[in-house]
Ligand binder design. Structure first.
Ligand code: ACO
Length: 378
């Protein structure tokens, strides 16, 4: 008879410590990247510098950062043959995250080191993925709108190039700063669902691209990265400030989830939400549509009062992106443009100290059945 596993069942692995990590930490309401608080990093760093920190466990010197930026620039342009193939895959009525999942998988075929799992090759592949993620997302935006794919400019940041490639226009410096800060805030978050997916795939010693494709699939879901676009769709559905309170009360009474609230780890607030809240207030005002922020703030108060839940990173990032004129269904792909930084850091860490993830399932099915031939089945 097969062994029936009797270990403790922890649905959703809440509270399970599945690996050691030194990439980022969450302690009560404090999020740190490699020991630096998110507030400190968001205020003083750039996304590239943050990524260097996450990958190398140290802030770069001027020269190290210049080299890192140069390498990113070298890799950011998509292979024209890859672009031609991307133009042939369906882009209309397709979720951008589904398209991105396929695009990253295709990009592996244009990387002659795809199967090389040495630390040196993995470092280069991490850089290529970091450099290309924004190029892929903006290529999607242009392809689906029957516009030419725009190449990134040399000596510009990932944030600058993303906004440039998306619109075809040189972006406003203030918006670049805001966008860069959003990329920093989303760069890593301890053992979140998609980082875990990265590590699970890497733990079989599969390649970096496969690990990242797993992560994109995990991030797509509405309980994880997909929540940011759901927040904006919800706000648009509610429409006015007057209707916001009743909407939240009805949703909670019907045991429906209000998107952008709650968190598995933060029970006393998500520090990223506090930063994004201020950005949302500023930007919605600047675009002349402060009601999006006012509705959000009102919902924040009601969910807190009624259910004791606080906003997570996705709640205020929705109105920040909306104010920047970014199409709603690109919010989650933008999360990937940032989180590639953390996923790669987790893949490095997993490969460097690996043991395959192989938990057990608590058996609740039948036992001891005897095979019945098809003629004798009812
Ligand atoms: N709206 C209403 N009620 C909620 C919400 C919410 N957003 N989140 C949790 N709850 C309630 C649950 O219904 C449950 O209530 P009950 O005890 O009365 O049954 C209780 O709070 C506990 O919630 P769980 O779903 O068990 O919490 P869990 O830790 O499993 O899930 C999660 C965390 C997925 C983030 C959840 O809060 C959620 O679904 N939020 C909405 C989606 C979202 O915003 N996701 C983004 C998370 S951040 C990120 O991944 C980038």
């Amino acid at each position: 008879m097969a062994e029936i596993y009797e270990g403790a069942l922890d649905k959703g692995l809440e509270g399970v410590v599945a690996c050691s990590t030194a990439v980022s930490s969450i302690m009560d309401v404090t999020l740190c990247y490699r020991g630096y608080t998110i507030e400190d990093i968001a205020e003083n760093s750039t996304f590239e510098e943050t990524t260097y920190l996450l990958w190398n466990d140290k802030l770069p010197t001027k020269n190290e950062l210049a080299d890192f930026n140069r390498e990113i620039n070298t890799y950011a342009t998509l292979d024209p043959q890859l672009v031609n193939i991307l133009k042939t895959i369906p882009s209309k009525n397709v979720h951008p995250m589904a398209w991105l999942r396929t695009a990253v998988s295709l990009a592996a075929h244009f990387d002659n080191e795809a199967q090389d799992n040495s630390p040196e090759a993995n470092k280069r592949k991490g850089l290529r993925l970091l450099a290309k993620m924004g190029s892929l997302v903006t290529a999607f935006e242009n392809i689906r709108n029957d516009k030419p794919v725009i190449n990134p400019r040399n000596e510009k940041s990932l944030a600058w190039n993303f906004l440039y490639m998306m619109t075809g226009k040189e972006p406003d410096a203030e918006l670049v700063k805001v966008f860069d800060m959003c990329l920093i805030l989303h760069a890593d978050h301890e053992l979140n669902c998609s980082a875990f997916a990265t590590r699970v795939t890497a733990s079989s010693l599969s390649d970096m691209y496969s690990a990242i494709v797993s992560a994109i699939g995990a991030l797509k879901g509405p309980l994880h990265g997909g929540a940011n676009e759901q927040v904006m769709l919800m706000l648009k559905k509610i429409g006015t400030l007057e209707k916001a309170k009743a909407f939240v009360k009805d949703a909670l009474a019907n045991k429906e989830k209000v998107m952008g609230f709650g968190h598995r780890v933060y029970k006393n607030g998500d520090p990223r939400a506090a930063i994004l809240r201020k950005m949302s207030q500023l930007l919605t005002q600047r675009m002349g549509e402060p009601h999006w922020y006012e509705m959000s703030a009102m919902m924040d108060d009601v969910v807190q009062a009624e259910k004791g839940l606080l906003p997570n990173v996705d709640f205020y990032s929705a109105t920040v992106y909306y104010s920047m004129g970014i199409p709603i269904d690109l919010y989650t792909p933008i999360f990937a443009v940032s989180r590639i930084s953390g996923w790669v850091a987790h893949a490095f860490e997993q490969y460097a100290n690996n043991r395959i993830y192989r938990p057990r399932g608590h058996w609740i099915g039948r036992q001891g059945l005897k095979y019945t031939s098809i003629e004798n089945r009812k």
